[in-house]
Design a protein around this ligand. Structure first.
Ligand code: ZN
Length: 142
């Protein structure tokens, strides 16, 4: 039993940068519920590759826009023996997930609970983020 839900604890989501050393922390409980749903479906532990990003870490990435990681509404996840494309396909059916990205090279899936009107699906190819088209769905088996 975790301290947030059955399978998840605060420490799973802390920022891993050297600046805050994980002291800062924010996580959207709706997102924890979604992770429980994924655990239940695949009957396997979900690995949180990245969770909350503090302001310093976010700044170090030199992103223009604020990321949902910055407000505790995003995670990167992977699972042993489950390809990221399978995680992607399942998570796409969860209505609260409005940001969903496949990172085939890195081997993880980005999930966030941004507002519905900002819904976005993408694939990271090399250093580029591409919108998910029908062509790309076929290519990546989504
Ligand atoms: Zn940090």
């Amino acid at each position: 039993m975790g301290d947030l839900s059955e399978h998840f604890s605060h420490k799973d989501f802390i920022c891993r940068c050297n600046s805050c050393r994980g002291k800062e922390f924010k996580i959207h409980l709706g997102l924890v519920g979604i992770l429980e749903e994924i655990t239940e479906h695949f009957k396997k532990p979900v690995k949180i590759v990245a969770g909350f990003w503090c302001d310093d870490y976010h700044e170090s990435l030199k992103r223009e826009k604020r990321s949902p990681h910055n407000t505790g509404k995003a995670v990167h996840i992977s699972m042993e023996e489950v390809p990221p494309s399978e995680i992607f396909k399942f998570v796409e059916k969860i209505p609260e997930v409005n940001g969903l990205g496949l990172y085939p090279k890195e081997g993880f899936v980005h999930i966030d609970t941004r507002p519905k009107e900002k819904r976005a699906l993408w694939i990271k190819e090399g250093n580029n983020y591409s919108a998910l088209t029908e062509e790309k769905r076929k290519y990546y088996n989504l």
